[in-house]
Design a protein around this ligand. Structure first.
Ligand code: BGP
Length: 473
């Protein structure tokens, strides 16, 4: 039988600092690695950047007002480290901190629960220059100090905290695929960096609990459940490999404090396993997240990938032309294949609402941890017609995912809330402003010369109705 959504279910929506704020050098803000990366020609779609983004820094009151009118229960946003500590540590930049104090107050005044992400990829350039940022264990103390400052500031006000956003993506894109700063392709370094990020995650979770914060904290993981192409035992094994290498390699560390054994042993044989120093194992085991944040966009289907002539790291579709993603995989483990049973977006992201139910089932069975869906949404081209945006394709995508979440709750998953990606349209890291996700359209084009005017889309009104009915049809 279908259960109801809990009465305190957080119907939310999300954003990230660099993608919405703009004001990249205002009020004492320091420079982040992204402020610089976007200035290297050819790195982002038509060299778009977040200098102005959708100007949320100056228009947050207007944005919160729209949220309130929609009845939104939660808003997930991230803090730009460089606004608080322009160089990563030292004196607090009060003006920068004040922006978030004002934003949080504004949200609370409108009965919207703030969900604060500590890190959504914009590390201070100063720390990158000083010690290689995530490449050095020195970041553990600096990150912990930054987090503590926010814990102290928002004690009693912010109840939901996300430690790291998509550690699996920012490490892989930054050190394996070379498509995010610092733009490297070094597998050994990738595993070290990722291990250091695990230590940072564990440290701030422990700090949060030691400070007896009144609230919950957890990481947000980009989870794509892995499917086998068919029942060929080799493809079944490939799916197991992919789930271990692409999912358990992070989630097991978050929840059990251990890497999955088969993959770790394989890395050891290859000489690229992360270095365990004294105390690491204990630290990883000691930190218990209060929930697991899940960013779900799509499932992933795989087949066997031979060691000889196998497929390696592929190209992502950053063109918005269907069918332009390259093949990708890990020789000896798996290769990604097209799932013939699901539709794809113009950026080749597979549309699979059942996958979010599978995701929550797998997580619940393996970890018994509450889930907060911190991102889910459809990136598409939108068109304004007579001042309106008829994004029925987005409504279709979101409503099917809402139904699947309800089914997962009925299966026994504990789901605290659902934050769609994204609230307003915003900058897609590599795809510019034309790949839109928002409930609220923002007039911004490739030339970054738009008026930045906000227009609620049809999906905005659809979600308003969902919230009013607490998710029942
Ligand atoms: C997630 C990120 C978000 C957002 C989203 C959509 O990985 O956490 O910041 O960008 O993906 O991705 P894209 O903009 O590439 O379509």
């Amino acid at each position: 039988e279908l259960k109801q959504f809990p009465s305190d279910f957080l119907w939310g929506s999300a954003s990230a600092a660099y993608q919405v704020e703009g004001a990249w050098d205002e009020d004492g803000k320091g420079v982040s690695v992204w402020d610089n990366y976007v200035r290297i020609p050819g790195k982002t779609f038509k060299d778009t950047n977040g200098d102005v983004a959708v100007d949320h820094y100056h228009r947050y009151k207007e944005d919160v007002k729209l949220m309130a009118e929609q009845g939104l229960k939660a808003y997930r946003f991230s803090v730009a480290w460089t606004r608080i500590f322009p160089n990563g540590r030292g004196e607090v930049n009060q003006k920068g901190l004040q922006f978030y104090v004002d934003l949080v107050d504004e949200l609370i005044a409108h009965n919207i629960e703030p969900v604060l992400t500590l890190y959504h990829w914009d590390i201070p350039q100063a720390l990158q220059d000083e010690y290689g940022g995530w490449e050095s264990r020195k970041i553990i103390a600096d990150f912990n100090n930054y987090a503590k400052t926010l814990f102290e500031t928002f004690r009693g006000k912010v109840k939901y905290w996300v430690s790291l956003n998509e550690q699996n993506i920012f490490t892989a894109h930054g050190w394996l695929m070379g498509i995010h700063p610092p733009d490297k392709k070094e597998p050994k370094l990738f595993y070290e960096v990722n291990h250091i990020a695990n230590l940072v995650n564990a440290t701030v979770i422990n700090t949060f609990h030691e400070m007896k914060m009144d609230g919950k904290i957890g990481p947000s993981f980009a989870y794509s459940p892995q499917y086998a192409l068919d029942s060929n035992p080799k493809n079944i094994l490939a799916a197991e490999n992919a789930e271990d290498a692409l999912s358990h390699f992070w989630m097991d560390v978050y929840l059990y404090g251990e890497y999955p054994i088969a993959i770790f042993n394989r890395l050891k044989e290859q000489g690229i396993a992360p270095t365990f120093e004294e105390g690491d194992a204990e630290l990883l085991k000691s930190a218990k997240p209060d929930f697991l944040g899940i960013n779900y966009y799509q499932s992933n289907t795989v087949a066997w990938n031979p060691l000889e002539n196998g497929v390696g790291m592929g190209e992502m579709n950053t063109t918005g032309k269907k069918g332009t993603s390259g093949e990708s995989g890990e020789p000896g483990l798996y290769k990604r294949v097209v799932n013939p049973h699901v539709e794809r977006t113009n950026w080749d992201w597979e549309i699979d609402p059942t996958g979010i139910r599978v995701a929550m089932r797998r997580i619940t069975s393996r970890y018994r941890v509450p889930i907060l869906i911190t991102e889910n949404g459809l990136g598409e081209y939108d068109k304004v017609e007579d001042g309106k945006i008829h994004d029925d394709y987005r409504i279709d995508y979101l409503s099917k995912h809402v139904s699947a979440i309800r089914e997962a709750i009925s299966d026994g998953a504990t789901v605290l809330g659902y934050c769609t990606w994204s609230y307003t349209d915003l900058l897609s890291w590599l795809n510019g402003y034309q790949k839109r996700y928002g409930f609220v359209y923002v007039d911004q084009d490739e030339t970054m010369q738009g008026s930045l005017k906000r227009i609620p889309k049809d999906s905005y009104y659809w979600y308003k109705d969902v919230i009013e009915k607490n998710g029942s049809e």
